[in-house]
Design a binder for this molecule. Sequence first.
Ligand SMILES: Cc1cc2nc3c(=O)[nH]c(=O)nc-3n(C[C@H](O)[C@H](O)[C@H](O)COP(=O)(O)OP(=O)(O)OC[C@H]3O[C@@H](n4cnc5c(N)ncnc54)[C@H](O)[C@@H]3O)c2cc1C
Length: 290
Amino acid sequence: MRAFAYTRPTSIAEAVALLDRHGPEARLLAGGTDLIIRLRDGSLVPEVVIDLKRIAELQPGIREIDRRLVISATTVMTDIAADPRVAMHFRALAEAAAVVGSVQIRNRATLGGNVCNASPAADTAPALLVHEAIAVTAGPAGSRRIPIDELFVRSGVTTLGRGELVTAIELPIPAGRVGSVHLRRTRRRGHDLASVTLACAIDTAGVTRLAYGSVGPRPVVAVDATGLLADRTATPEAKAELLERMFADASPSPRSMRASPEYRLAMLRVLGLRGLDIAIERLAAAEGGR
Ligand SMILES: Cc1cc2nc3c(=O)[nH]c(=O)nc-3n(C[C@H](O)[C@H](O)[C@H](O)COP(=O)(O)OP(=O)(O)OC[C@H]3O[C@@H](n4cnc5c(N)ncnc54)[C@H](O)[C@@H]3O)c2cc1C
């Protein structure tokens, strides 16, 4: 590992100034579960590592503000998976957080780190996409609110500008009921990055949001507003035909060691239909419980 300077700013302004000064030579450290591995294997050689843990404004926490759930970027997966408001309104996110790595990883891994690492296999990404999350940032020009779909570019690359960091992820609490689910395929039980991830959310208006990851350079979201996918009387064949069009942006790499493109695409179709069934059932159960 090459030597680097280590800093622990105590304010967001200080962190932003450091990031801005050092540009690509600086790396933020949140839980470190992605960063430390890359520092050790030499795939990242920053001059300075900026630890976020001493910043009082960035303390972990989940708050409800004006019909939005605001999750601080430093909140760890364990706390997201256990939060009753996340479970009630954003079940796909609770399920995604609950399967990241192992207990030890989930106790360190932050939501901000999962998003900003921008891995196509990031488990929370599809859930955040179907729940229409917004990344709140701080940077040299002030704060921005970026729809999560506009944040991801490709593996390791986001639309964050120089000096910018994510301070929170906001989730709009839906006015009506929503049935949602997160599913994934891994090579084995226990901790493993996903070969395919999929999240599905269906609302009372019959709008279906499907997002999938690990099958291309970035996670993708597609929306069906026709009501077909949410219709429990529609045939699997009709749904599969529409899903095929919604999966058009899936382009798995033939070079991945985790799974072949053929396997990933086959599993994406399976998870798509399965996700629809579960989301429909959950929506019906939620409406029945009103
Ligand atoms: C054994 C193991 C198993 C894993 N399993 C899974 C899994 O099943 N699913 C999964 O999705 N991931 C998995 N991961 C990856 C990792 O745990 C997650 O991506 C985690 O959420 C990263 O969060 P972190 O706080 O540790 O990020 P860090 O490692 O601290 O940071 C990751 C990257 O994001 C940047 N960053 C961090 N916070 C911010 C911020 N607020 N603003 C801007 N940039 C920021 C950092 O500079 C760095 O480039 C696994 C990792 C390990 C080691």
